[in-house]
Design a protein around this ligand. Structure first.
Ligand SMILES: O=c1ccn([C@H]2C[C@H](O)[C@@H](CO)O2)c(=O)[nH]1
Ligand SMILES: [Zn+2]
Length: 137
């Protein structure tokens, strides 16, 4: 699966977005190490804070199906430049992916920013921080 195809998968995932409030559709395509592509879309709620972003939808779908190893992520939305994932999604990426995992951020105009999970959230809080505290007890 090349990055162009993965970004096309994110466009397809975007069509399923449930966005009656923002009307801002986002799509994500998460490539697993065994070659599966997991789609995610944003899912809003009349209680606005219950909204789930496209990226986290993809991760939570995968994890809940027992899929835990990932190779790449593509995200797209109707932004002027490549879409920028929110802080919550960056933290979730940091939980489940190696810091050098590629992330392809794109938009409807075909702008692409190739980055990594580590670049998106340098200094992420992690399991190691909790393990340290545990060892101090
Ligand atoms: O990277 C992003 C940025 C925003 N959103 C969603 C959340 C909300 O439904 C809408 C506006 O913030 O876009 C995502 O799904 N992913
Ligand atoms: Zn998000």
């Amino acid at each position: 699966m090349d990055k162009v195809k993965l970004m096309e998968e994110a466009q397809i995932a975007r069509e399923k977005a449930y966005v009656p409030y923002s009307k801002f559709k986002v799509g994500a395509a998460l490539l697993t190490t065994d070659g599966q592509v997991i789609h995610g879309c944003n899912i809003e709620n009349s209680g606005y804070s219950m909204t789930n972003c496209a990226e986290r939808t993809a991760f939570f779908k995968a994890i809940s199906e027992g899929i835990t190893e990932f190779k790449a992520l593509a995200v797209t939305g109707d932004t002027e430049g490549p879409i920028s994932p929110c802080g919550a999604c960056r933290q979730v990426m940091a939980e489940f992916c190696d810091s050098d995992m590629p992330v392809y951020l794109t938009n409807l105009n075909g702008n692409v920013q190739e980055t990594t999970v580590g670049e998106l959230l340098p200094g992420a809080f992690s399991k190691e921080d909790l393990d340290y505290a545990e060892g101090q007890q």
